[in-house]
Design a protein around this ligand. Structure first.
Ligand code: FES
Length: 182
């Protein structure tokens, strides 16, 4: 009983083995940025200074696809940070897992905010770089002060695609751990 209890107490609650860092779990080819309404994100129509939740990588399994470790804030930057250009440079996608203690943060577009905020202990993230600038995540050493990111391409019609990420701290980052800023 004692041994079994100990095992349960230390059982990880995240399925590391099936997700991180596991390149085979990411698509080998670019995939469209699918918004919650089922449409593909487009540089000509996605609102400036706005964010939606996207899922990456998708598995096709509705339960697995709801894992927080697959959720990303897909952000079009506000105009003052260059988000008015109808091109890839206006967009960001950062893992929604806060690098402090893994709460889920989100982007707040209101004037005076325009940043990512974690509701648990107040970490705040720069939407341009994904680096924490306030709260406990900002006090952590790199790479654990900067959110993992996804990269994009746009086709001739402006539709956005996620290019295949490389899950490593010096590349796209590791979800729940961080990324060395470029
Ligand atoms: S988990 Fe986000 S600030 Fe602590």
């Amino acid at each position: 009983m004692g041994a079994a209890g100990t095992g349960l107490a230390f059982a990880p609650f995240v399925p590391w083995g099936t997700f991180l860092p596991n390149p085979s779990s990411a698509a080998a080819e670019k995939v469209p940025v699918i918004l919650p309404d089922g449409s593909t994100a487009n540089v000509f129509t996605f609102p400036i200074n706005h964010a939606e939740v996207i899922t990456y990588p998708k598995t096709g399994d509705s339960v697995l696809d709801e894992e927080a470790f697959r959720k990303w804030q897909f952000i079009r930057l506000p105009e003052k940070f260059g988000g008015d250009k109808n091109e890839v440079s206006s967009f960001r996608a950062y893992s929604m897992i806060c690098l402090h203690l893994w709460c889920v943060w989100k982007y707040w577009p209101q004037e005076g905010r325009m940043r990512g905020e974690c509701p648990c202990h107040g970490s705040m993230y720069d939407p341009v770089t994904g680096t924490a600038f306030a709260g406990p995540a900002s006090l952590q050493a790199p790479p654990s002060d900067t959110l993992p990111e996804l990269n994009f391409e746009a086709d001739a019609d402006g539709n956005l695609f996620v290019t295949p990420p490389q899950w490593g701290p010096n590349k796209n980052g590791v979800v729940g751990y961080g990324r060395f800023p470029k």
